[in-house]
Ligand binder design. Structure first.
Ligand SMILES: Cc1cc2nc3c(=O)[nH]c(=O)nc-3n(C[C@H](O)[C@H](O)[C@H](O)COP(=O)(O)OP(=O)(O)OC[C@H]3O[C@@H](n4cnc5c(N)ncnc54)[C@H](O)[C@@H]3O)c2cc1C
Length: 391
């Protein structure tokens, strides 16, 4: 098995094994433990930790390409693994941009700690900017009370990244970003995860009942409704990874559609369905869309890596990429279903699983409503905090 010192790309045999297990995890609604163990042993969980801290130093573009490869074979495995990689990616990007405040996370990740994301809350479509969870200043830390949902990697995290609002800070309401070590008393996990797609992510609920996070695990304090370098890096790294996952799903669906078109026959055709003009049309539409999705994600990552100064347009660039890639992925998978015909409906079909998995893409932040609000306001020169939002 490839070791951390040599991992330049995910080995084909490892990807094959993940692909073979994906249908079983989905059917049994079970966490991808065997994939996780192999990915960890191969050094995949530290690919974006800088080399001098024991990782491979992958850029966001390199990380996105690896996630895409993994998602082609095992979408849920890739999606949940991105929740860890986006935290290490944020810490690495902040360090690259001159802010070392999260270097401790990179050191902990190199020692095997697993980070997960506890942002999602019922009735809060502005995760990170606002919170229904409460943070209260106490001696040596913050007391956190709240209910988080959609927590991918629930069975394996050792540090859960959460945010909560401190409304009593003299400087005004603050969003506290903190990491909860698994052995901290004061939380319970509620197994809620039984969903349409991305089932192997085991994204269960976590309820905080006055849990105290010590100051050393408080990563950031940001005024409610505002963004800083931490929040910008969070959006850039998390959403480029998410986009890569759904792009991988779309590429796999296109691959399956091509195979099917060459295999399917019709009594009315002397050759395979690949010679049906409308099948060619559908395939062309899929590949045209994929070309645009590939290009947009590549461009986002390369602009980020080369520090292009998009200024206040960065949020527009990031959420537009995620929205275009996810909506494009749904369209590509739908077209693949058209080409596959009825066989795509059967539980034995990989496409049936991809069809369900790809539906999850729209729910991740920024969801379709928020993406349009962000892009529309920036394009119109309207402040993002303008009412009816958090102003
Ligand atoms: C596959 C996947 C993985 C994700 N992983 C993460 C992650 O690791 N960390 C993270 O912070 N966010 C994660 N997200 C969450 C995402 O970021 C959104 O916050 C989430 O999709 C909910 O947003 P919403 O605004 O649509 O929720 P809302 O519509 O405001 O709330 C969701 C609704 O679902 C209801 N609900 C909850 N459980 C059940 C149940 N068992 N049965 C019926 N209804 C229920 C809630 O009561 C609530 O009304 C993930 C999302 C997906 C789709």
């Amino acid at each position: 098995m490839a070791a951390i010192a040599t991992l330049d790309t995910l080995p084909a045999e490892l990807l094959d094994r993940c692909a073979q297990r994906a249908a079983g995890y989905d059917r049994e609604n079970r966490f991808f433990q065997e994939d996780w163990d192999e990915l960890k042993a191969a050094g995949f969980l530290t690919i974006n930790v800088p080399k001098d801290l024991g990782g491979r130093g992958f850029s966001i573009g390199q990380t996105a390409r690896e996630l895409q490869k993994l998602a082609r074979r095992a979408p849920a495995t890739a999606l949940a693994t991105n929740m860890h990689l986006y935290w290490t990616g944020i810490a690495a990007e902040m360090r690259r941009l001159g802010d070392n405040s999260l270097e401790w996370m990179l050191r902990e990740a190199a020692q095997g700690e697993v980070f997960a994301a506890g942002h999602s809350e019922t009735g809060n479509d502005l995760p990170v900017f606002l919170s229904t969870s409460q943070a209260e200043r106490v001696d040596g830390g913050y007391r956190i009370t709240g209910h988080k949902m959609f927590g991918s990697l629930t069975p394996v995290w050792t540090r859960l990244g959460v945010h909560a609002m401190d409304v009593n800070d003299p400087a005004g309401p603050q969003i506290i970003h903190a990491f909860v070590p698994r052995n901290t008393p004061g939380y319970t996990i509620k197994e809620t995860w039984d969903t349409l797609g991305m089932r192997a992510t085991r994204s269960d609920d976590t309820i905080f009942d006055g849990l105290v996070v010590p100051d050393r695990y408080v990563a950031r304090k940001v005024p409610a409704g505002q963004a800083d370098l931490f929040v910008l890096c969070l959006f850039a790294v998390a959403l480029s990874g998410l986009s890569a996952v759904y792009l991988g799903v779309a590429h796999r669906a296109a691959e399956l559609a091509v195979e099917t078109a060459k295999r399917r026959t019709s009594l009315a055709l002397s050759r395979s369905m690949a010679y049906h003009p409308e099948v060619q049309h559908e395939i062309a539409e899929m590949f045209m869309r994929l070309e645009a999705m590939d290009a947009q994600l590549d461009r986002l990552c390369s602009d980020w890596e080369s520090n292009v100064d998009h200024g206040g347009n960065w949020p527009l660039k990031i959420v537009a990429t995620k929205a275009n890639v996810v909506e494009g992925a749904k369209e590509v998978v739908d077209r693949a279903m058209t080409i596959s015909g009825g066989s795509g409906m059967f539980k034995t079909s990989e496409l049936e699983r991809l069809y369900r998995d790809v539906r999850a893409g729209g729910f991740h932040p920024a969801n379709a409503l928020l993406a349009h609000e962000i892009v529309g306001k920036i394009a119109l020169g309207i402040d993002l905090g303008e009412q009816p939002r958090w102003g």
